[in-house]
Each structure stands twice: as structure tokens, then as C-alpha cells.
Design a protein around this ligand. Structure first.
Ligand code: ZN
Ligand code: MN
Length: 488
């Protein structure tokens, strides 16, 4: 959806502010405060211990890898890293939270004041500022059986490490919200700290939406939409919520601060609960966890782990490789595809490489349902094929033939071998082609007369006949030039 057909365009007096809280589930080997395995389990309550099930008298120990990943996420989003950071208890009462509180961070989160740069539809850039990134534990899961009317608690997920990434309400359209989430998700994927699988809840967004009259500086009352698990649904939900809030205000009503759930089927949101204020949680510093001191040694260690980030890759692909923004976007979204392209390009730095990758290689990968790094046509195969084409050893038709031969083989030979095996070299030397061209002209005086009388179409006959005589291996460009020269 472009911003022009957003609901907002029907209400020119109104402005929109969205702040987003994202929870990123870290795929560390173990949980955040104990050594239980972190990840899918076969049986409920099989990845648990006294720490993550909240037994009295046990002590949590912070998983160092969680801390490093939190710092990594902060560095990748231009945050300040807090040198003395603390954990806090946030009190809830839920059956899937046996401690009665969530261990999280409150007034001294590990990262503060960051920014994520997004690219808008018109190509311009905008910074979405981050309030903070903090570490916390996930709760377990309540399971309700409608068959037996029983409820169960599975604590395998309790103690799973999460990063909560909180933005300022800088987002001003549905499109920007989606762009922000995509950019943030790709960044986390590049860091390799989470699967970011939205359906599994490994990357989930709570969206705080408020509208206000454009001339009012104060933000409107916000509603929070919980845990929507796809970019499309988030877009739909925001659009619905904008309209609901504006209509409420236009009718003289007021927006109530609350948490709402999105019903993907009926495309509407409904009240879940009135939103608690921070005071309701009775936050206080967790006495079981020491103050974290982040020294230069640790900071530098994590800095060394920083990979190339999506924005940097985009710049490099467009500037260094001359790709279009459209092409670069596809590669940035798919690091494996980018890797494939870069491998092939390194061996044959040609403009043609990207076309073969996006058109032909992607088609084969899709048809054969394989990952790009398992494609039978390797970057080396592709690079050689493009080289043969670029140096006019083969023509475009032969290149396509060789490509299909490689695609249909389990262990394809290199293109140069296939060219020899199947005699696909272009009949390339101008001398050879010139002889053929002169023969054709001599044998077809009536067509020559037609052409000279102005029948442009007759020209196609000459090139076509020559291509037939060379069994498709002549270079059509060279042939065209030869006929032009001799038909004058
Ligand atoms: Zn445990
Ligand atoms: Mn949270």
C-alpha cells in the first residue's frame, strides 16, 4: 500500500504517531539465567530447572552470550551502551510466570538512544529513534484445552532470552511502520542473534498508535496492538486503528488508553485490557543479579563481532557494483542470494551477472526448491558462462541452452566444457561470417532489390538466413553490420 491510499489521506487534518516495541527472541544455546536448553522441545516441561521455574532460594546467573548479543544489537542500531546496567523485577501474576515477576531491565537498560534509518517510498531516508533496548526473560505458555475444559502450563519457554527494542513515536505512516519493522528485522538477521521467525513469535511487535489534529503538538492517547505476526497484518491493523480513533474523535468521543487485539479474520481490533501504567508493576532492582559493568575490553570484543549491516550492504551494492536500488533491495533481503551474486561477480565483474542471478538462477532455485547455496549451478559456473558470453565465444541463445543443460544436471560440467562437447561456439570470425553474408546476397538478387527499394523487412531475411546457415551460432550483431555494409 502506498501512503497515498492510506486511510489517513481521507483525513487531511490528522497526523499519526506510532511507537513500536519489538521483542526479539534470542536463539542462544541456553536460557538467560540458567543452563536449560533454549529451543524447541519435544515434551512440555522438559527444558526446565529450579531457576526457570521460580523455586525459592535459587539464584539466576546471566548468560554472557545474551549480554553480548544485546550489546551487538545496540551497536547495530547506533545506541549508547550503558556502562553500569541493572536488572529489575516487573511484577505480574500469571500462571505461566511462577516467580510472580519478570526479570527485566527498568531504569538502567543496556542500550539507550539509538536510531534505525529507513528508506521511504520516494527514496528519501528517515531516522526512527530508539528509546532503549533491554534484556529480559520470556514467560511460559498457558495451554487451554477446549476438548477437556482443562488448562495446562508449559514452562519450556520460561527464561528464554528476549531483547525488547523500544522506538520513539517517530513513525508517521503505515508504510513507515512496515519499513521500520522490515529494516529492524533484517538487521537482527544479519547479526545472527535470532531466527526472527514471525510466525513462531521470535520477532513480535507491539504497536502503539495515536492520532492527533495536525496543529496540536501534544500526542494523542494511544492504543497498543499486541503481537501481530506478519507485516501485512500489522499494516491492516494500523489502518483500521487510525480510522477507529479518528471516527471516535470526530464524533466527539475520546480514545481510551488500552491494549487491543487484532482479529486477522474479521479485520478488526477489540479491547483486551486497559493498559497498566508503569507504577502498577512495582518495579524494583533485582537483588539477585549484580550490577553489570561493561568495560572497554568487552565492548571492543563485541564490536569485532559486528558484521556488515543491511544499510552498508545496500550502499556497497549500489555504489560499488552499480546495481539499481530495486536489485540491491532484493539482495539485501536475502543474504544468501547476495553471497551468490558477489561470488560470481568477483570471478566475472560484468553487468550481466545480476540479470542472470535475478532471472535465471532464482527461477531454477524456485523450480528445484533448493537453497541458493545448494544450487547445482554454482557461482563459478555462472561466472564462466557470463565470461563466454561477454567475450563472444558463445551467443545469447547458446548461453541459455548451456544454462538449461547445467540446471538439469545433478553435477553439471563447466560451461566451457559443455560448449566444446556440444559444438556451441559462435561462428565468430568476421571472415567466416562475411563469406556467408556475401553468398546469401549473391543468391538472392530479388530480395536485395526489394531491400534497396525500401522494404526494410527484407533485412530480417538476410540475418535470419545467415543464422540458419550457422545453425544459430553466428553472432547476430556482427551479421547485421556485415549485411548493412554490403547492401549499401
Ligand atoms: Zn532452567
Ligand atoms: Mn517486554
Amino acid at each position: 500500500m502506498s501512503s497515498s491510499n492510506s486511510v489517513l489521506s481521507r483525513y487531511p487534518d490528522y497526523a499519526l504517531n506510532i511507537g513500536i516495541e519489538v521483542h526479539v527472541q534470542l536463539n542462544t544455546r541456553t536460557k538467560i539465567f540458567c543452563t536449560c536448553e533454549n529451543g524447541p522441545a519435544e515434551e512440555p516441561n522438559s527444558h526446565i530447572c529450579p531457576v526457570c521455574t521460580g523455586h525459592p532460594g535459587v539464584l539466576p546467573v546471566l548468560n554472557r552470550e545474551v549480554l553480548e548479543r544485546a550489546i551487538l544489537a545496540g551497536l547495530a542500531t547506533n545506541c549508547d551502551i550503558t556502562r553500569y546496567s541493572t536488572f529489575a523485577r516487573k511484577h505480574y501474576f500469571y500462571p505461566d510466570l511462577p516467580k510472580g515477576y519478570q526479570t527485566t531491565q527498568a531504569d538502567k537498560p543496556i542500550c539507550t538512544e539509538g536510531r534505525v534509518e529507513i528508506r521511504k517510498e520516494d527514496g528519501s531516508r528517515k531516522n526512527i529513534r530508539l528509546v532503549r533496548i533491554h534484556m529480559e526473560e520470556d514467560a511460559g505458555k498457558n495451554i487451554h484445552s477446549s476438548m477437556t475444559d482443562e488448562s495446562f502450563v508449559d514452562l519450556n519457554r520460561a527464561g528464554t532470552p528476549l531483547l525488547e527494542i523500544v522506538s520513539y513515536p517517530d513513525i508517521e505512516s503505515t508504510e513507515e511502520a512496515k519499513e521500520y519493522l522490515k529494516t529492524l528485522r533484517t538487521t537482527m538477521l544479519y547479526l545472527g542473534i535470532s531466527t526472527c521467525d514471525m510466525e513462531d513469535g521470535a520477532f513480535r511487535a507491539d504497536t502503539n498508535i495515536s492520532v492527533r489534529k495536525k496543529d496540536s503538538k501534544e500526542l494523542g492517547t494511544r492504543c497498543e496492538l499486541k503481537n501481530i505476526n506478519s507485516f501485512k497484518f500489522i499494516g491492516d491493523a494500523i489502518e483500521y486503528e487510525i480510522e477507529r480513533q479518528i471516527e471516535l474523535l470526530e464524533a466527539g468521543g475520546a480514545v481510551v488508553q488500552e491494549t487491543r487485539l487484532w482479529d486477522t479474520k474479521n479485520k478488526r481490533s477489540y479491547t483486551m485490557r486497559s493498559k497498566e501504567d508503569a507504577a502498577d508493576y512495582r518495579y524494583f532492582e533485582d537483588p539477585d543479579l549484580p550490577v553489570l559493568h561493561i568495560d572497554d575490553l568487552l565492548l571492543n570484543k563485541v564490536k569485532n563481532r559486528l558484521p556488515e549491516l543491511p544499510g552498508q550492504k545496500f550502499e556497497r551494492l549500489t555504489k560499488q557494483f552499480g546495481l539499481s536500488e530495486y536489485e540491491a533491495d532484493i539482495l539485501v533481503e536475502d543474504p544468501a542470494l547476495a553471497w551468490y551474486f558477489e561470488q560470481a561477480y568477483a570471478q566475472q565483474p560484468s553487468k550481466a551477472v545480476i540479470n542472470w542471478v535475478l532471472r535465471d538462477v532464482m527461477r531454477v532455485v524456485k523450480e528445484q526448491k533448493v537453497a541458493i547455496n545448494n544450487c547445482v549451478i554454482t557461482p563459478a559456473h555462472l561466472a564462466e558462462l557470463v565470461k563466454l558470453l561477454d567475450t563472444s565465444v558463445i551467443n545469447g541463445k547458446a548461453a541459455q541452452e548451456i544454462f538449461e543443460m547445467m540446471a538439469s544436471s545433478l553435477t553439471p560440467a563447466m560451461p566451457s566444457v559443455l560448449v566444446k562437447e556440444h559444438g556451441l561456439e559462435q561462428v565468430g570470425s568476421s571472415d567466416e561470417l562475411e563469406k556467408i553474408a556475401l553468398e546469401i546476397i549473391a543468391q538472392n538478387p530479388s530480395v536485395v532489390a526489394d531491400y534497396k527499394a525500401g522494404k526494410e523487412r527484407a533485412f530480417g531475411f538476410f540475418v535470419g538466413t545467415a543464422m540458419k546457415q550457422t545453425k544459430g551460432k553466428g553472432d547476430p550483431k556482427v551479421l547485421q553490420e556485415l549485411f548493412k555494409k554490403h547492401l549499401q
